[in-house]
Design a protein around this ligand. Sequence first.
Ligand SMILES: Cc1cc2nc3c(=O)[nH]c(=O)nc-3n(C[C@H](O)[C@H](O)[C@H](O)COP(=O)(O)OP(=O)(O)OC[C@H]3O[C@@H](n4cnc5c(N)ncnc54)[C@H](O)[C@@H]3O)c2cc1C
Length: 465
Amino acid sequence: MSAPDDGCHVNLVFVLGAFALLIVFLDAIGRWQRTVESVEGERIIAEVRLAEDRGTNQAIAQHPIIDVQKCIGCASCVKACPEAGVLGIVDGVARVIHGSRCIGHARCEEVCPVQAIVVGLGDISSRSDLPLLDAAFETSVPGIRIAGELGGMALIRIAVDQGTRAMKAFAKELRAEPRHSTDTFDVLIVGAGPAGFAATLQAKEEGLRVATIDRQDLGGTIRKYPRRKLTLTGTLTLPLHGKIDREEFLKEELIDLFEQIAKRHQLKLTTGLELLSLKGEKDGFIAKTSKGSIRARRILLALGRRGIPRRLGVPGEATEKVLYQLIDASSIEEERILVVGGGDSAVEAALALAEQRGNVVTLSYRREAFVRLKARNEQKFDEAVAHGKIRVLLPSTVKSIDSDSVTLELSERGVTQQVVIGNDMVYILAGGEPPYALLKQAGISFGGTGNPDATSEEIPVAMGG
Ligand SMILES: Cc1cc2nc3c(=O)[nH]c(=O)nc-3n(C[C@H](O)[C@H](O)[C@H](O)COP(=O)(O)OP(=O)(O)OC[C@H]3O[C@@H](n4cnc5c(N)ncnc54)[C@H](O)[C@@H]3O)c2cc1C
């Protein structure tokens, strides 16, 4: 007659056993979690050091700005960022790791549950490569505004938005002021890239009398992308046209769309006309162009930052075999090609050319290592070099270009020597000379030392294809 007691005893032993097992299990999970966290912590710290060594921690253009007081360390920003390694969690809060890889998608800003992150330029007062602008894009010269990439933010969507807003600000001012002269435009818009195009549409909507000039053609930098490049625009809203219902285009499709919209709204764009200098002041600017002068009450500079391609200044550079952009690699075969440059444009060109039949591709870069490449490009490039598809000369500088060879100075293990390689074509993809001289001539102030030539970098951009 011991059943009830025995039953209780068995139950108690079972409960205690299960409890002990639960504790062991929870302890094991805790240990595993701590191991994972410490491995992840070490990985992040190594990544922070790498970014500091390479200088990729320094953002060039727009970048995430984190309010650490608000951040709850949930890592949703880290997961949402489409670019590799821009953000990480350090000591329980989000931190910018490879700031220079940010290209302004702003997904982090969208997903943060506590609004602890925004994407912008931050305090640009120390940036000697960026013109100082107020919240309505006005420069230090009253009456001159800047929109688009020239202001430091490199995205089509942002250029369109800034062009639109800058023109709205001009319209508001001009409505309150009487027009005196008939030979003077309300606004001269310089540049017909996304910023200047949007500004021209907005000006038409506002009923302003404007002139839009471009030394090249409608579409700006987009026209110079490689053939059939996938272009990620995000949501674009163009004045007079409204919201565009797609977020991805081939480059040719986007240019085509811009051209159709320009035609539908009968925009007057004067292409092939370059702004050379600006003088005068608010209400009485005189713009000297490559074909005469234009008078305007206000000026919108939407020049982009790419300016004129950077030249090497070496003997033989002014020959037909030297090119400064690669639009279409598919037609280039059986050539010995030298690509000069160390940014994403140069690396992508080298990769595209190396894919073509019979090409022998060499890449020359003046530094010892690539410092600002997108992770995806770096990986593809390393693989191509490891498989012998591309020869890389680091650090090296081009000394002269001849009809069938190029002479370079190459440093290896402290020894500098001259190297001559057989060559049919040279692509110099070493960035552009931003139009700082024009801005300085117009009296526009920059941040930092005020000497913009000291820092000009290739702004990172969305690649997509
Ligand atoms: C290879 C590459 C891929 C990119 N991919 C993407 C992408 O997928 N998505 C994205 O959002 N962004 C991308 N970008 C960035 C985007 O193209 C730029 O941020 C955008 O074009 C900037 O627009 P903007 O109007 O400010 O300047 P720009 O497009 O550079 O236009 C400036 C215009 O000003 C004209 N101009 C300059 N100086 C003068 C002068 N003195 N007189 C007259 N005219 C002048 C130029 O001829 C040009 O037409 C990419 C950029 C590159 C280089």
